[in-house]
Design a protein around this ligand. Structure first.
Ligand code: 13P
Ligand code: SF4
Length: 336
C-alpha cells in the first residue's frame, strides 16, 4: 500500500484500518519471524501478553527482566509487546534504537494515576525526601524520581536508602503499603492503584480456597491489603512463576493478571492453576491495556516500524538516572 505521508500511515494504523486489510491467508507467525530477522529486531513481551505473543517473543519476562534485556540488546529495533511505560523505559535505556509499541493506546491505570505536573507540586512539600517510583509510571514522572523500582527489587531499593532519609513512594499505594510492612519503614504514599490488581474479590478467593484447600494462594503486591493478607506467597510476576516450580506444591490460586498462567502451565504441565476472580462477573482478571496488543498489530508494527516511541533528549537524559540507579542496585544484589 502506498501512503501519501507518514502521518497517513500512523492514522491508518491507529484507526485499525491496516489491521482489517491483512490477508486472512497470511501466516502471521511466519511473517513476524521473517520481519524480525530482516530488520534485526527483537520482540520483548511481558507475562501479561496473549499467549500467542509470548510464544513468538525473543524474551518474555517481568518489568525488571525486560528493562535489563532492553538495556543490553544488540538488536537495532525493539518491538515491545507490553504497555506504554515499558516501551518508554526501553527507549530511555536504548535511545539510539527504534522502539515500537504495537498499540500506542496500551496505557496503564497506575501510570495515569500520577500526572507529572501534579506530582511535581506534591513533591515540593517534602524537599528532603528521596523519591522512589514504581517503574509503572510515565517518562516525565521518572525525571522527577531519584530511584525507580519494580516489584522484583522494591524491597532491596527501599532497604538501600539510609534509614534516616524520608521517602516518597509513587504511584502505587498498595505496593507502597506492602513495602512499609516488609521494610518496617513509614513512607509518604501517592494515592494510585492498578485497576486490575485492586478488584480481586477477597470473598471469592476465600470460597475458592474452601473448595480446594490444598491450593496455595499466591499474589502480586499490587493487590489490596485484604487480598495480600490471604496470600501464602507474595511476589512479582517472575517471583510468582518461580514459586510455582517448587516441588512441594501442586495447586495454586493466582491473584495477578491471568496472562501469567500461560508460563506457569507450560513450566508445570501437571499442576493446577486457578485464576483468582475479580469482584465482577468475570472468572479471571485481564489487563485491558496489555490485551490491546494482538498478533496482527505486532506484525504491522514490524512491517511499518510504527508506532514508534519518541522521547526528547532532555527527558531521556533526566529519566535515565532513576532507572540506572535501580539497575545498579539490582545488579549488586544479583537480582534477575
Ligand atoms: P511485574 O512484571 O514487575 O511483576 O509488574 C506487573 C505489572 O503490573 C506490569 O504492568
Ligand atoms: Fe498497569 Fe495494572 Fe495493567 Fe500492569 S496490570 S499495565 S499496572 S493497569
Amino acid at each position: 500500500m502506498n501512503f501519501v505521508t507518514e502521518r497517513d500511515k500512523i492514522s491508518l494504523l491507529e484507526n485499525g484500518f491496516l489491521e482489517r486489510e491483512i490477508d486472512p491467508e497470511l501466516d502471521l507467525i511466519d511473517e513476524i519471524r521473517c520481519l524480525k530477522e530482516e530488520k534485526n529486531a527483537i520482540i520483548l513481551a511481558h507475562y501479561y501478553q496473549e499467549s500467542e505473543i509470548q510464544d513468538i517473543a525473543d524474551f518474555v519476562g517481568d518489568s525488571l527482566q525486560l528493562s535489563q534485556v532492553a538495556a543490553k540488546t544488540e538488536a537495532e529495533m525493539i518491538a515491545f509487546a507490553g504497555v506504554h511505560f515499558m516501551a518508554e523505559t526501553a527507549k530511555i535505556l536504548s535511545p539510539n534504537k527504534k522502539v515500537m509499541l504495537p498499540d500506542l493506546k496500551a496505557g496503564c491505570s497506575l501510570s495515569d494515576s500520577c500526572p507529572a505536573t501534579v506530582f511535581a507540586q506534591f513533591k515540593q512539600k517534602y524537599p528532603d525526601h528521596i523519591v522512589v517510583s514504581y517503574v509503572n509510571c510515565t517518562a516525565e514522572l521518572k525525571t522527577l524520581t531519584d530511584i525507580c523500582c519494580t516489584s522484583s527489587n522494591a524491597v532491596h531499593i527501599i532497604n538501600s536508602i539510609p534509614k534516616e532519609k524520608g521517602i516518597i513512594f509513587a504511584p502505587d499505594k498498595n505496593l507502597g503499603a506492602y513495602l512499609e510492612k516488609v521494610t518496617n519503614r513509614k513512607m509518604i504514599l501517592w494515592n494510585g492503584a492498578c485497576m486490575v490488581h485492586e478488584i480481586f474479590s477477597k470473598e471469592k478467593i476465600i470460597k475458592l480456597k474452601h473448595q480446594s484447600p490444598e491450593a496455595i494462594i499466591i499474589a502480586h503486591p499490587e493487590c489490596e491489603e485484604a487480598v495480600l493478607n490471604l496470600a501464602e506467597f507474595i511476589g512479582s510476576t517472575s517471583q510468582l512463576l518461580s514459586f510455582t516450580k517448587k516441588k512441594e506444591f501442586n495447586q495454586f490460586i493466582v491473584a495477578t493478571e491471568s496472562g501469567i498462567l500461560h508460563q506457569m502451565q507450560m513450566a508445570n504441565p501437571e499442576k493446577i492453576f486457578i485464576p483468582a476472580p475479580p469482584n465482577n462477573h468475570c472468572a479471571c482478571n485481564e489487563c485491558p491495556h496489555m490485551k490491546r496488543n494482538t498478533l496482527e498489530k505486532l506484525y504491522l508494527c514490524l512491517k511499518y516500524e510504527l508506532p514508534e516511541i519518541i522521547l526528547s533528549d532532555d527527558i531521556v537524559l533526566k529519566a535515565r538516572n532513576s532507572i540506572d540507579r535501580m539497575l545498579e542496585i539490582s545488579e549488586k544484589a544479583g537480582l534477575k
